[in-house]
Design a binder for this molecule. Structure first.
Ligand code: DHB
Ligand code: FE
Length: 294
């Protein structure tokens, strides 16, 4: 049986990728940010998974206004880094896991979550920047990665509640896969930021940290956060945070999808690392690592 061992949460910013690729991580502006990910890179070395299920958003790169899937699962054997206007990032190509991805698609679609199946797509900074933050600059990423793209760019976007329940169904899917695999689930994007309009540059440290507390300790309450709260408090792009709830909903202390009312849940996950930093381009960077116990 496959199992989810841990969840990783981190913001993404294209400029973080550029700082890594151009060798600027020790510059005074960037140094505090990358310092916060030093323990995470060590943790990745110590807790190498067999597969990463990576929840992220595409930024009108693979998809455009021509086609807007709410939830899209990458079932391909490999995914190339996208050209977002300055050429593809010089990072390894992403090796997929078509067998597990197809199994998860089958399971969650039968549990009434409609996914778009993607057999070919390039992956943008939403996926490659979290990998770089957690893994550094290796010749190859440490394991296969299943890209899972969520529409948080073009309205209407899915609710936090829907994302949380989808995470529960993904856990059920992983646990019904018949190979012995150690799977990590990553939720990425966020925290507060707004890239356009009168409030461009908005950062809300207090709200971000209160939401992070809730996401870690009371995920049901975090999942109940209304859509308007993200936009009002964390800015238009703060809505990327709903993706973290997919990863959180897949952890062992949340009732498994379809489990009878009152069925026992697993223990609270262990917080292995938590970090928050401003500034990084226009975005507040939040980060946490949760380990399932036992
Ligand atoms: C920035 C943040 C994002 O989430 C993004 O997709 C693009 C840019 C930024 O802060 O610059
Ligand atoms: Fe983004």
């Amino acid at each position: 049986m496959a199992r989810i061992s841990a969840s990783v949460f981190t913001s993404h910013v294209p400029a973080i990728g550029a700082a890594i690729d151009l060798g600027k991580t020790h510059e005074p502006y960037w140094q505090p940010l990358f310092k916060g990910f030093e323990p995470s890179k060590q943790w990745m070395k110590d807790n190498r998974p067999d597969v990463i299920f990576l929840v992220y958003n595409d930024h009108a790169t693979a998809f455009s206004l021509d086609l807007i899937p709410t939830f899209a699962i990458g079932t391909a054997a490999e995914f190339n880094p996208a050209d977002e206007g300055w050429g593809p990032r010089p990072v390894p190509k992403v090796i997929g896991h078509p067998e597990l991805a197809s199994h998860i698609a089958q399971s969650v679609i039968q549990d009434d979550f409609d996914l778009t199946i993607v057999n070919r797509m390039d992956v943008d900074h939403g996926l490659t920047v979290p990998l770089s933050l957690m893994c550094g600059q290796p010749d190859a990423w440490p394991c296969p990665v299943i890209p899972f793209a969520v529409n948080v760019v073009q309205y209407p976007v899915p609710s936090g509640r829907r994302c949380f329940n989808l995470g529960r169904a993904i856990r059920k899917a992983v646990e019904s896969f018949d190979q012995d695999l150690n799977v990590q689930i990553w939720g990425t994007g966020g925290m507060s930021h707004q890239l356009q309009g009168a409030r461009a540059g908005l950062i809300n440290r207090e709200w971000d940290n209160a939401w992070l507390d809730k996401m870690i300790n009371d995920p049901e309450a975090a999942a109940a956060t209304p859509h308007i709260d993200y936009v009002r408090e964390a800015g238009s792009e703060g809505i990327e945070l709903v993706m973290w709830l997919i990863a959180r909903g897949a952890m062992a202390d949340v009732p498994a999808f379809g489990a009878p009312e009152g069925a026992p849940v697993g223990p609270k996950p262990r917080l292995a690392h938590r970090f928050y930093h401003v500034p990084a381009s226009n975005t507040a960077v939040g980060h946490a690592i949760l380990e399932n116990q036992g």
